[in-house]
Design a protein. Structure first.
Length: 391
């Protein structure tokens, strides 16, 4: 792997901060990334962070990807969310036929996005056919390829099943021009992500444009990055975005405290409650960031050594991602409350970060059911879930 190139992703992300800050209000107003921001992300190769090197990607380790979108999130959560979502979608290239992966991702402006899991395709000679609609397609307004996760109905009418009897879920990929888009994303936070819906009607999917994603039996690429499922990478990525949003919110609170004084009261910098609160927030945020990155580092080492991640390791990543998102939300809440009336003015950006953070915390990656899974494993005497960094 070209180490300088992957490390350059973080520096490139930092260099885009002024442009993204300049465009942030327009992103919020139009509810999608602006053309200058999309062009800059493409020109700097940020959408290609998790693509295989075999199709011109960086194949960056998760920690590099996380730092890249964390830097973007400090400026605008919607931009970071779209970049993170579409970068993870690009990991599908590791499961597609190489010729198809080149056909999709050789174009310098190639971006793949997808929506929620639903529906089924009907198998027929040479491929599959489907009419369906999907929701929650973050980044779809920048994408020139769309995907969908579907079950397969075989010619005899039965569902294609795994060995354990569960339905197989595959990912189909098709040109965005084949779909009808629906402008439905009118929400309180992450407004600029354009997380809209899309549908197709009687669309034929050639056999080689379907991938058995997140299953080792369908994996073409053998690099350690692809020991991580897209589900795990979504969790790590969205946790990193949460850390970036919380960092920016806390930094704004620190700047405010240096100069603000309420009528008839001490300056905030002389207020013991403010000082103690800032100290606690700083410690909590540093702990959350250290925790998610430590787990990502340990998982990367396991992937390097064994070529795969154990189920216990995957669960440890899920726990770390879920807890980090919740911890980041608590820091944002505390900073927002401490800022007082200042926080409610749009010009100060506290309220946008507050809304964005709570939109992130509503996503599947932050659901409390993940804690249930961990608790269940902790009570299993045979489980060996990693309890934290070992060095």
């Amino acid at each position: 792997m070209n180490k300088p190139a992957t490390l350059g992703l973080i520096e490139r992300a930092k260099s885009l901060a002024p442009l993204i800050a300049q465009e942030a209000d327009e992103i919020e107003r139009t509810r999608r990334l602006t053309p200058p921001v999309v062009s800059a992300l493409l020109e700097n190769g940020l959408y290609r962070s998790l693509l295989p090197q075999s199709v011109g990607g960086h194949e960056a380790q998760p920690q590099i990807f996380m730092q890249m979108i964390e830097e973007i999130a400090k400026v605008d959560a919607s931009t970071a969310w779209c970049l993170g979502q579409c970068s993870v979608c690009g990991m599908t290239a590791a499961y597609l036929d190489l010729d198809v992966a080149h056909q999709i991702f050789d174009a310098p402006d190639a971006v793949l996005a997808w929506g929620a899991v639903s529906h089924a395709v009907q198998a027929e000679p040479g491929g599959y056919r489907i009419s369906a609609r999907w929701d929650f397609a973050s980044g779809s307004r920048q994408a020139n390829w769309l995907g969908a996760h579907v079950q397969i109905i075989q010619p005899d009418g039965t569902k294609r099943l795994r060995a354990n009897g569960a339905p197989e879920v595959h990912t189909i990929v098709f040109p965005a021009t084949s779909a009808t888009m629906y402008d439905v994303w009118d929400v309180i936070g992450l407004r600029g992500t354009g997380t809209d819906s899309y549908s197709v009607e009687d669309l034929f999917i050639p056999e080689n444009f379907i991938a058995f994603r997140d299953d080792p039996s369908g994996l073409r690429e053998k690099g350690p990055l692809y020991a991580f499922t897209t589900f795990a990478m979504f969790g790590l990525g969205f946790a990193a975005i949460s850390v970036g949003v919380a960092r920016a919110t806390l930094d704004a609170m620190i700047d405010l405290a240096r100069g603000k004084a309420s009528l008839g009261q001490k300056a905030m910098r002389e207020n013991n409650a403010v000082l103690a609160g800032l100290g606690r927030m700083e410690g909590n945020l540093r702990a959350a960031r250290a925790y998610i990155y430590a787990n990502a580092n340990e998982a990367w080492e396991e992937a390097l050594q064994t070529g795969k991640l154990s189920e216990d390791r995957r669960l440890a990543l899920r726990l770390a991602a879920t807890w980090t998102i919740h911890q980041a939300a608590s820091v944002v809440d505390a900073a927002y409350h401490m800022a007082g009336a200042t926080a409610v003015f749009r010009a100060n950006k506290f309220e946008r970060r507050f809304r964005d953070m709570h939109a992130i915390a509503q996503q599947i990656q932050a659901r409390d059911t993940h804690y249930e899974d961990v608790g269940r494993m902790l009570l299993d005497a045979s489980a060996t879930i990693p309890r934290g960094p070992t060095n």
